[in-house]
Write a protein that binds this ligand. Structure first.
Ligand code: EAX
Length: 323
């Protein structure tokens, strides 16, 4: 009798412990600060995963490149040593070359065009391409429309870019295009950029207003020009191994949570774009708001001819002409 009671208690305790330990914690990282569009995206994702799995999955966010830059984080996700990351497409072509086409300058008319393409057939087909490389791409998010900053001079026309030493992402499409502007590109991981600007290792960099504000680049850069030269997609990447282990219902929960995260991140990008110029001016930056876009586009003529050869004019036009 006594033995049976003890035995029953042990069974109950073991059962309780099993359910208590049934919470799985997963890491997600970004290279920028928490107070940013990307912070909003991953915090929303974390909250939605917990809610939609009744707390069985807990997402632990890491900000400011504390787990490494974007390339390192994507590598870790590919290896499966980190479950998730939210990254710009900067280093993505090094892993999934098909995604390069999305990084072509002046490809998208505006954010609405880009969002439509990424959420539509072209973007969704592209997400599938990540699977052969060890990733489950949960959803496209947004980094924003990129603009140029530097510490040397006001940039009013493409001629003003000639000879500027600028940090670029580790992205072959960007590097090729920026050479076409006459810029001297210096690819570098994001966590090193502030110091490189501060020490004058490079003259400038290019990023969306959201990133410029979150990284406080106004402290180390005088000039900003709204070049809007390229749209910068972002993406929720999960280790394929970790995703495949989820139940069908939990897979849906993660996919839906990523969509919610993307939506919240995009809304923050819109807020940042609306207030960015005023805020950066108030912090001392001098801003050129209007440039002759056509001049910047035509400067890239020869580079574009090369992109059309590489990617196929029809493929580029398919994106360009998407409504
Ligand atoms: O993802 O590396 C970059 O310039 C990115 O835009 C930034 O880390 C945000």
């Amino acid at each position: 009798m006594k033995f049976n009671v003890l035995f029953a208690a042990a069974v109950v305790t073991a059962g309780f412990m099993a359910s208590a330990s049934a919470q799985t914690t997963m890491k997600i990282s970004i290279s920028v600060a928490q107070n940013s569009h990307q912070g909003v995206a991953i915090d929303t994702f974390a909250r939605e995963v917990e809610k939609r799995t009744a707390g069985r999955y807990k997402i632990q966010p890491f900000y400011s490149g504390s787990l490494g830059g974007e390339r390192e984080s994507i590598e870790a996700v590919q290896l499966g040593t980190q479950e998730l990351t939210f990254s710009s497409t900067g280093p993505v072509p090094n892993f999934v070359p098909e995604a390069r086409i999305l990084d072509i300058p002046f490809l998208f008319r505006d954010k609405a065009h880009a969002r439509g393409v990424l959420d539509g057939a072209i973007g969704q087909d592209m997400l599938v391409k990540f699977e052969a490389k060890g990733f489950k791409a949960l959803a496209w998010g947004e980094n924003g429309v990129r603009h140029m900053t530097n510490s040397k001079r006001a940039v009013n026309s493409p001629d003003d870019l000639k000879g500027l030493k600028m940090r670029t992402m580790e992205n072959p499409v960007h590097v090729a295009a920026y050479k076409g502007f006459g810029i001297v590109p210096t690819p570098m991981a994001f966590p090193e950029v502030f110091t490189a600007l501060q020490q004058g290792t490079v003259d400038g960099q290019e990023n969306p207003l959201s990133v410029i504000m979150a990284a406080k680049f106004d402290q180390v850069q005088k000039h900003l020009t709204l070049t809007g030269h390229v749209y910068s997609p972002a993406i929720f990447l999960m280790s394929k191994g970790a995703f495949d282990k989820l139940s069908a219902a939990d897979k849906t929960a993660f996919l839906e949570a990523a969509k919610e995260g993307a939506k919240a991140g995009r809304a923050r990008v819109d807020e940042d774009d609306a207030k960015g110029v005023a805020e950066l001016r108030s912090k001392g930056m001098s801003v050129v708001e209007n440039v002759d876009k056509a001049k910047f586009v035509s400067t890239l003529g020869p580079v574009y001819a090369d992109f059309e050869k590489q990617f196929g004019k029809a493929e580029i036009d398919k994106i360009r002409n998407a409504k």
